[in-house]
Design a protein around this ligand. Structure first.
Ligand code: C5P
Length: 276
């Protein structure tokens, strides 16, 4: 039996850095959503674990034990022959490695492995627990404290200028680490427009340090802010992928076409949130 699992991109709609633990990891308060574009994992049981990577971003992705997919397989306790269709740009702030690892754990469970504990998932990466849920979440702590939230449907354009950004490098450039969290009680947003309006009052505290590491991010944010019908713009995770929010899917698609035409080198995708 071969199983196929979709590994959706993770978008940090907000990302407030609220502190730092003694071990160096940062405390976050982040709203996370998952969208209809992503990687795909295929897996079947085998005598030994192996990984083949294909797809537009396969180049340079390791296929050995350093890949989070192989680490996830090991934690699951199953040997699997796996395929990864890499459609998301790597090291780009939209959870590629974490969502692949989460999809691998789901594949292993479908093939008969016992479920892994949240603590084991967290050990693979701070974003793996939230990627296992793949639903709109408020994520606190370093990623272990996840709480499902109600989010209206959102339509976006995602843009990556095809530059990989090192997450530790961005955290290192962070000036203030004790920023305000989001409000304890989140509003009840009636629709995407109300959500986008609220979003503009929140932050991604990693945006400024990421621009210092990779100035192209500023160019992307400027281009997004100039799009017709745009409601809000921000960087996701530690970058470099940024997003713009629109009321309607058609507006996001038109904006994506316009951006891709003007910036043929950029990775540009219209995306909508997955239903909860
Ligand atoms: O957990 P993950 O491997 O995705 O994190 C990559 C790096 O990002 C960590 O080694 C750490 O430097 C930084 N990080 C952090 N605080 C977090 C998540 C990641 O400092 N909450």
């Amino acid at each position: 039996m071969t199983v196929k699992i979709f590994a959706p991109a993770k978008i940090n709609l907000t990302l407030h850095v609220t502190g730092q633990r003694a071990d160096g990891y940062h405390l976050l308060d982040s709203l996370v959503a998952f969208v209809d574009i992503g990687d795909q994992i295929t897996a079947q049981r085998a005598d030994q674990s192996s990984l083949i990577v294909t797809g537009p971003f396969a180049d340079g992705v390791p296929t050995d034990a350093t890949n989070l997919v192989m680490k996830a397989a090991q934690i699951s306790g199953l040997h699997m022959q796996m395929g990864l269709d890499k459609r998301l740009p790597p090291s780009s702030g939209i959870g590629g490695g974490s969502t692949d690892a989460a999809a691998t754990l789901k594949a292993a469970a479908r093939l008969g492995a016992s479920p892994v504990t949240p603590a084991q998932a967290l050990r693979l990466g701070a974003d793996v627990p939230v990627c296992l849920a793949a639903k709109p979440m408020r994520m606190r702590g370093i990623g272990e404290d996840v709480q499902q939230i109600k989010l209206p449907a959102l339509h976006m354009v995602l843009v990556n200028p095809r530059v990989a950004v090192s997450t530790p490098e961005v955290f290192k450039r962070l000036e203030a680490k004790d920023n305000a969290p989001m409000p304890e009680v989140l509003p009840d947003w009636p629709d995407g427009v109300a959500f986008a309006d609220w979003l503009t009052t929140q932050r991604n505290d990693l945006q400024r340090p990421a621009v210092k590491v990779m100035p192209e991010i500023a160019a992307v944010l400027t281009a997004l802010a100039l799009l017709p019908n745009v409601l809000a713009t921000r960087m996701s995770g530690s970058g470099a992928t940024c997003f713009a929010v629109f009321e309607r899917r058609e507006e996001a698609e038109a904006a994506a076409a316009q951006l891709a035409h003007g910036n043929p080198w950029w990775w540009v995708k219209p995306a909508s949130t997955l239903p909860a």
